[in-house]
Design a protein around this ligand. Structure first.
Ligand SMILES: [Zn+2]
Length: 400
């Protein structure tokens, strides 16, 4: 089996590289964490985690995340699009310095949010006309609130527009419980929380006629956000039934013909996650747990330095001691980032992604974690310069 580092480049990847990544993940039974980001700080934490874990990562922006990225004080109706594009641009500017592959993705888009989707597609088309690739690697449509036929028909329509740019499409079918971005399924009949193999196959049948670059989020008792354990039973083994059914219908030689995605996985056990991944889940959304981790880093810092954070001047070391180095945002936001980095790395372990990618050097040069290599060209040039000036000095002394 080819090493991922040999077949997928680092930096933001699009098109065939995204397909290669997900193919590799499906064939090797690992999944890539997709972390919701609402700022450059949280995006950087994901990149840092991926670098440290030697793993690919998916950075995703939701409609609400896009609005936040623009700035909550601005109420422009296209704000979510502008903010989502801004986050994508940020990630595109910095990803190459981290030396690992990054998939840029947009999260749940319900029917009422389609203008946001249209705006991002327009940005993709503009980017494509300049650079020959889309701005985002991948987008998600969530029409699961609508009847299945309408859900699939809208996905087909959009997928046709995305296919020439080779943008990945993720779609959802069946009902995921809980509440997210204004869609509330808290009181739904528990039996409806499981998508059937026939529903999943209907999606596969419609989308595969257009292209291979799509994945399906099927409900298997998962719930968005936080939930009280015991309310629903997570049944990731049902995902295996979707694969079996599709394999039979297609007479496919693949044991897992469909790319599946796991939503609402916060609070799932490691065994449940493993079962989902073995059954073809190649992407798992992470939001609630990294939100907590980001906050927790700050919470711990504030608790520890509380007495240094009560005014600009004056702390336990003296009434005239300045506190700037404690309240500088670069200090406390960094604590939040460090905590989030650790939590993203935990997800990478759970999804068996850790160690799958040997990072390229990265343009700014991260400390090398692998076997030490010889001195870098910069060091050699510096050494040469020192030797050169020593020789010049010696000649000057000798010719005096
Ligand atoms: Zn979902």
């Amino acid at each position: 089996m080819a090493s991922l580092s040999d077949i997928v480049p680092s930096g933001v990847i699009t098109g065939d590289d995204v397909l290669t990544l997900f193919e590799h993940a499906r064939a090797n039974s690992y999944a890539i964490p997709a972390v919701n980001c609402t700022s450059s700080s949280t995006a950087n934490a994901c990149l840092e985690a991926a670098r440290k874990a030697k793993a690919p990562v998916i950075i995703q922006v939701s409609n609400g995340g896009g609005s936040f990225m623009l700035g909550k004080g601005c109420k422009d109706p296209d704000g979510a699009t502008a903010g989502s594009v801004a986050l994508a641009m940020h990630v595109r500017s910095v990803a190459k310095y981290y030396g690992i592959p990054v998939v840029l993705h947009s999260d749940h888009c319900a029917k009422k949010l389609l203008p946001w989707f249209d705006g991002m597609l327009k940005a993709d088309e503009e980017y494509f006309s300049k650079f020959g690739e889309p701005l985002f690697s991948s987008h998600m449509l969530d029409l699961s609130e609508e009847p299945d036929e309408e859900n699939i028909a809208i996905c087909v329509e959009y997928f046709k527009r995305m296919a020439p740019m080779k943008i990945w499409l993720e779609m959802e079918i069946g009902i995921t419980g809980g509440e997210e971005d204004g869609v509330n399924n808290e009181n739904v009949d528990p039996e409806k929380l499981y998508t059937s193999p026939e529903q999943v196959y209907a999606v596969y049948d419609a989308l595969s006629k257009i292209g291979p670059m799509f994945s399906i989020a099927a409900a298997f008792g998962n719930v968005h956000g936080v939930y009280k354990p015991g309310n629903v039973k997570l049944s990731p083994e049902r995902l295996g039934k979707h694969q079996e059914y599709a394999k039979k219908m297609l007479s496919s030689s693949l044991s897992k013909p469909i790319y599946l995605v796991m939503h609402g996985g916060s609070g799932s056990t490691d065994a449940e996650i493993r079962t989902a991944v073995v059954n073809g889940v190649v992407k798992m959304n992470i939001d609630t747990d990294t939100q907590w981790a980001y906050w927790d880093g700050l919470r711990v810092y504030e608790k520890e330095k509380h007495a240094y954070l009560q005014g600009q001047i004056g702390n336990p070391d003296g009434p005239d001691k300045p506190n700037k180095k404690f309240y500088d945002p670069r200090v406390w936001i960094r604590k939040a980032e460090e905590s989030m980095v650790k939590r993203v790395m935990v997800s990478m372990d759970k999804l068996s992604t850790t160690g799958k990618y040997e990072p390229t050097e990265g343009e700014a040069g991260f400390p090398q974690t692998g076997t030490p290599k010889g001195p870098s060209p910069v060091v050699l040039m510096a050494a040469g310069a020192v030797l050169g000036s020593a020789a010049t000095l010696l000649i000057k002394v000798l010719t005096k």
